[in-house]
Design a protein around this ligand. Sequence first.
Ligand code: PTJ
Length: 255
Amino acid sequence: MSDVPKTHPRYLSLTLRDKIVAGVEQGITSTHGLIAHGRGEAFDYLIGETTQPFAIEAIYAAAVMLLSAEHPVISVNGNVAALVPEGLIELAQVLNAPLEVNIFHTETGREQKIREHLLKHGASDVLMPTTEVQLSYIDSNRKFVHPDGIFKADVVFVPLEDGDRCEALRKMGKEVVTVDLNPMSRTAKQASITIVDNVVRALPLLCEEIQKLSAHHTEEATLKDYSNEAVLQKALQHISRSGNGNQRKRETQQG
Ligand code: PTJ
């Protein structure tokens, strides 16, 4: 970790950077993951670096969808493994769902390192990609999946996705729940439910919501009226309002 003092106004953000950098140094996160993280930071800044009501709405819907799944699976890439290993493991536990390593950028040994990292943090089992079964409609490394994991899943939790696989999973008839700070990304638009929030904030809230729903046996919880498109619109409106607000603030400061 770098020597950022806790009193630094950007301490939290800088701590996350440290985690991503450590992930790259440990061979867990792709160097491309640094760029993806930077893009996420920019959107988080515009969102206000807090969980907004449109994210809360999506988290509730995601909890309902994941809880009502017959075979939910949690997909893990190099960024989330570095940022939120404990959160992923907790989600796997509360859903009784498998974790499966699935990465876009192929680098020798990285998948295995992600698996070991998760096991070290307390995961009981981690599925790995295989050549036994493949996803249709996709050519990248992400097509290699586990027969008892993503291949068989009806709902896949895919945080910080690159777009192509989300589309392939949807074409295969699977539901996709994602976390993406960019409400304009292809993944955000194609997923069944997109939580527009930082994964480090969203994941604990999602686990909490799942626990709350399961404790109260809320079978009546429904997704009937949920629209991913409408929730993304709310996120976009929030971003454009915050842009205008910042602009006004700058003008006042200058004036
Ligand atoms: O480990 P790999 O090889 O599977 O690669 C993982 C990355 C993330 C590098 C890969 O999937 C990728 O290139 O993704 P993209 O296309 O850059 O998309 C990542 C999305 O996640 C972008 O829309 C970012 O804004 C968003 N994002 C980045 N950091 C966060 C985030 N969303 C939520 N929380 C974050 N911390």
